[in-house]
Design a protein around this ligand. Structure first.
Ligand code: NAI
Ligand code: MG
Length: 358
């Protein structure tokens, strides 16, 4: 299979972890007989430096022409004092909107050897394996008006959703559940918010189309509690933009480190974008010690969702699991009697495992 992958390394450790993921994708393409080509473009702070904008037109165009996009992270202290339209995060929000990436999928899975790395009790996180499906281009983060009023003494933000916006994310969640344990939890605040009432109605309508999936509705405050008291109760969670933002960071504690969490952002028909859940980690950037696993697992999602290469995706996921379960870890994780290694060593171990697996 011939495919073009656009890399948007961005800033800080973004460059280091995308280089690792590219290595792994090249290993997979060799092993399975594909031909992946790569093209790098600027986004975020580096794009501000080189082009005067966090999202150059040529970056958007290149992404639209690509078969898939793999992004590192953006931002850093160097750009913190820029006016808001020039901030690196604008590049990220801009590319999500430009590619209409409405569905953000975040799988969260605890690894057996990393149970100690989480502040939660082992018996609580043991066996947790869930997928958060977050709506990414609607809701409070994009609604207008969003402004100060009354000489700055009052504010308004707006939460809007259309039926179509809810239907497409709910469909995506049901389809995701069909590929997993067939259990969908819809998270809302339907006791208070009109938007949540429509959300709940649509989930109830849609469940007729997916009779093999069991559905329940949980209010977001209860869901926040249940996520860290009984995470194994969840399979797929579907929720609106802000609730999903908060719950997915909360869920990251199940894995022990932000450096382990991948994500996929998908459009209806267009190109998909894949990125680690973490940021540019300026405190460790340039030291070669970043955990590349979140980005490597994002590359696995890229193969699965954008190219339909499930066997190749599994090869990466199995390799990561095997290396982690042998006790190897980067500095962000504390593993009892573990073997501390750097970014490059972790990448090479995962690559070797993929090469040698029959
Ligand atoms: P962060 O995720 O960059 O770092 C939080 C902590 O986790 C730091 O101590 C960092 O060293 C550690 N960490 C994160 N990823 C790691 C990895 N792969 N390996 C080892 N350690 C890792 O979040 P923070 O510090 O709040 O933000 C730093 C910059 O990143 C800011 O400019 C922020 O705006 C930006 N950011 C960008 C995101 C993106 O591009 N998607 C998301 C979150 C933050
Ligand atoms: Mg967030």
């Amino acid at each position: 299979m011939e495919k073009l992958i656009v890399l948007l390394p961005g800033d800080g450790i973004g460059k280091e972890v995308t280089a690792s993921a590219q290595d792994i994708l090249e290993t997979v393409s060799e092993k399975f007989g594909h031909s992946f080509s790569f093209e790098s473009h600027d986004i975020g702070g580096i794009a501000v430096d080189n082009h005067g904008t966090p999202l150059p037109d040529q970056t958007v165009e290149a992404c639209k022409q690509a078969d898939a996009v793999l992004l590192g992270a953006v931002g850093g202290p160097k750009w913190d004092n820029l006016p808001s339209h020039l901030r690196p995060e604008r590049g990220l929000l801009g590319i999500r909107k430009a590619l209409d990436l409405f569905a953000n999928l975040r799988p969260v899975k605890g690894f057996p050897t990393l149970l100690h790395a989480s502040p939660l009790k082992e018996e609580i996180i043991n066996g947790s394996d869930l997928l958060i499906v977050r709506e990414l281009t609607g809701g409070l983060y994009f609604g207008t008006p969003s402004e100060r009023r009354d000489n700055g003494n009052a504010v308004v933000d707006t939460l809007t959703y259309t039926r179509r916006e809810i239907e497409r994310i709910v469909d995506k969640a049901f389809q995701s559940a069909q590929l997993r344990q067939k259990k969908l939890t819809s998270v809302d605040k339907a006791n208070v918010l009109e938007s949540s009432k429509l959300w709940r109605e649509i989930v109830e309508e849609k469940k007729q189309d997916y009779p093999d999936v069991t559905v329940d509705h949980v209010l977001v405050d209860a869901a926040a509690m249940k996520l860290i008291t009984n995470p194994s109760a969840f399979d797929v969670i579907v929720t609106e933009n802000m609730f999903g933002d908060i719950l997915s960071d909360e869920a990251s504690v199940l894995t022990g480190s932000l450096g382990m969490l991948p994500s996929a952002s998908l459009a209806e028909n267009g190109v998909g974008l894949y990125e680690p859940a973490h940021g540019s980690a300026p405190d460790i950037a340039g030291k070669g010690i970043a955990n590349p696993i979140a980005t490597i697992l994002s590359a696995a999602l890229l193969l699965r969702y954008s190219f339909g290469l499930d066997e190749e995706a599994l090869a990466i996921e199995n390799a990561v699991e095997a290396v982690v379960n042998e006790g190897y870890h980067t500095a962000d994780l504390h593993v009892e009697n573990g073997k501390l290694i750097n970014t490059n060593e972790m990448t090479q171990l995962i690559a070797e495992f993929i090469k040698n697996e029959t």
